[in-house]
Design a protein around this ligand. Structure first.
Ligand SMILES: Nc1ncnc2c1ncn2[C@@H]1O[C@H](COP(=O)(O)OP(=O)(O)OP(=O)(O)O)[C@@H](O)[C@H]1O
Length: 344
């Protein structure tokens, strides 16, 4: 339904480079990338706010590259919601319908319907500034969906919300989609949103769309080391493989597949288990290691380890750290399954 073909845009210090992807009818497509990757620029090119230097955008087969935003019929929800401050919630939601000269009675019915689905019927008389962040976001999405657009563009829809509101809205968004059935491009830096809401995900790094695929594929099979690092494979181990064994520094690691030659494998810190006694499971790689430092990250800690010269990072809970009395110089057993290794 939406096709983006070789879109590029040059700014003095940032380049959106040759972006191509498509979105299918009914799909929730996530564009995932760190801050400054170019996600908003890409969304604004699709919305018609930014003109690309080259490349085309097609909606249902029609080239919309030259059309102004209002002629594209897409709904765009910017990060700051951009609600009309002087209008009531009702008028905000009804705005697009009025512009389209939808008869009053039908407008009333549509505003009522969408407000019920999004749980904001009781707020219709209020002004946006009297609403909480979560309520404002619901209104912004209601306003966008009221006109039944072919595609809704969401820029970091949950970024300005507290954790509880964010999780609640994420759950609700799944339900809205079932009840209303929209197609969305959703820009975010949150893995949780990508995994929780996305059908497919496009990973954006430094102005390039580096991998597009199903959420499962992208997270379990990153296409290269750059994507892997971004997706949390903090350990990249380099060594020489022979059969199912990878020799890296002083240790031999069992691989999930047979392969040979110089190579790199990725391992997520959460897939490493630390223990004071060996686990003695044949399904695991197990080594003796020394804690180099411990980094506190709230309920989790990142443990920096040295395993025979190989630097590894593991996540454990704070309570496990306390229980095991982990600290600099402590000797531990470091284990992980061969299947947790991702061979690039
Ligand atoms: N009009 C402009 N002129 C020059 N540079 C720009 C312009 N608009 C955006 N940029 C640059 O493009 C880069 C990408 O910006 P963009 O807002 O798309 O990032 P993002 O991935 O959406 O990040 P965030 O999550 O922080 O919003 C930034 O370095 C920004 O400074």
């Amino acid at each position: 339904m939406l096709e983006v073909k070789s879109v590029s845009k040059d700014y003095s210090e940032f380049h959106l480079r040759d972006i191509s992807f498509d979105v299918e009818e009914g799909e929730h497509f996530i564009i995932l990338g760190p801050s400054g990757a170019g996600k908003t620029v890409l969304l604004e090119v699709i919305a018609g706010i930014i003109e690309p230097d080259s490349g085309r955008v097609f909606l249902n087969g029609v080239d919309i590259t030259g059309l102004p935003p209002e002629k594209r019929g897409l709904a765009y929800v910017p990060q700051n919601y951009a609600l009309f401050p002087n209008m009531s919630v009702y008028d905000n939601i009804a705005f697009g319908l009025k512009v389209r000269k939808v008869p009053k009675e039908e407008t009333r019915r549509k505003v009522r319907e969408i407000s019920e689905v999004l749980g904001i019927s009781h707020l219709l008389h209020r002004k946006p500034k009297t609403l909480s962040g979560g309520e404002q976001q619901r209104v912004a999405i209601a306003r966008a969906l009221a006109v039944e657009p072919p595609l809704i563009l969401l820029d970091e829809p949950f970024a300005n919300l507290d954790v509880q509101t964010r999780s609640a809205l994420m759950m609700e968004m799944k339900r809205w989609r079932k009840e209303i059935g929209f197609t969305a491009i959703h820009v975010t830096h949150s893995f949780e949103e990508a995994v929780g809401l996305g059908d497919r995900v496009g990973v954006m790094l430094n102005g390039r769309l580096v991998q597009v695929g199903s959420v499962r594929d992208v997270f379990s099979r990153p296409s290269n080391e750059e994507v892997a690092r971004f997706l949390g494979f903090e350990n990249i181990i380099e060594g020489t493989a022979e059969g199912r064994t990878l020799k890296a520094n002083g240790i031999k690691i069992e691989l999930p597949i047979e392969i040979s030659g110089r190579m790199r494998v990725g391992l997520r810190p959460e897939d490493i288990i630390l223990s004071l006694k060996p686990l003695r499971s044949s399904a695991r790689n197990e080594f003796r290691g020394v804690v180099e430092s411990v980094e506190e990250l709230g309920p989790l800690v990142r443990v920096h380890l040295n395993v025979d010269g190989l630097q590894l990072r593991a996540f454990i809970t704070r309570s496990s750290m306390v229980e095991m009395e982990l600290g600099e110089g402590k000797e531990v057993w470091v284990s992980f399954k061969a299947t947790a290794l991702h061979v690039f």
